[in-house]
Design a protein around this ligand. Structure first.
Ligand SMILES: [Fe+2]
Length: 201
């Protein structure tokens, strides 16, 4: 089956964003991003409430992040919106589960298959707390819209807003609380089980 044009547009937007966002931390992921592979598979669309926040967040982006927000908003109905946690994971609040979703473009479940890197966007509604957790993969968030107060490792809490990148080294505890607006990030993971469920610490 041929790669759907829509998925190619998402792939290009995701790769372009990583390859043109010049920052030393993003640089660490560049090689994996260039070598992601060529395999594609269709991924069934699924919808979650948080994806509906995406459209309104476009205006909260800046000139660099808005084009990516627009591409995801345009393809919202075709994307596979999901969550890593379930209600049984009591440490994650119901407030978070009702206002959070991510959609992956590159990763070990597709649509573009890679066992080296995962890339996509994640959305949280306002005033949501993502409890302290860690995972073996190293991770970077680049803020596309909104802001959140992050605490990473033993460092002091820092507020991050549009355009900021936040690097989380392997097995480093991290947590954040979103501000008064929808918080949208571009995320990359590499060097670890790409579908590892975080442990809460
Ligand atoms: Fe994380």
């Amino acid at each position: 089956m041929s790669v759907r044009i829509n998925d190619l547009e998402l792939l290009e937007a995701v790769r372009e964003f990583a390859l043109t966002h010049f920052h030393a931390d993003v640089e660490r992921f560049r090689q994996s991003m260039q070598d992601w592979g060529n395999e594609w598979k269709a991924v069934a669309p699924t919808q979650l409430l948080a994806a509906d926040f995406l459209h309104d967040s476009i205006n909260a982006g800046n000139h660099q992040t808005r084009p990516l927000l627009e591409v995801f908003a345009r393809h919202k109905q075709r994307l596979h919106w999901e969550q890593s946690y379930r209600k049984q994971d009591a440490v994650v609040s119901e407030a978070m589960l009702s206002a959070y979703a991510f959609a992956e473009v590159i990763g070990n479940r597709g649509p573009f298959i890679s066992d080296r890197i995962r890339a996509g966007i994640a959305i949280w509604g306002p005033n949501i707390e993502y409890p302290r957790h860690q995972h073996r993969a190293e991770e970077i968030y680049i803020v596309l819209a909104g802001s959140a107060r992050f605490k990473i490792g033993d460092a002091d809490e820092v507020n991050h807003s549009v355009g900021d990148s936040i690097f989380v080294a392997s097995n480093t505890p991290h947590e954040f609380r979103t501000g008064d607006q929808t918080f949208v990030v571009y995320y990359l993971w590499q060097s670890g089980d790409l579908r590892e469920i975080s442990s809460f610490v």
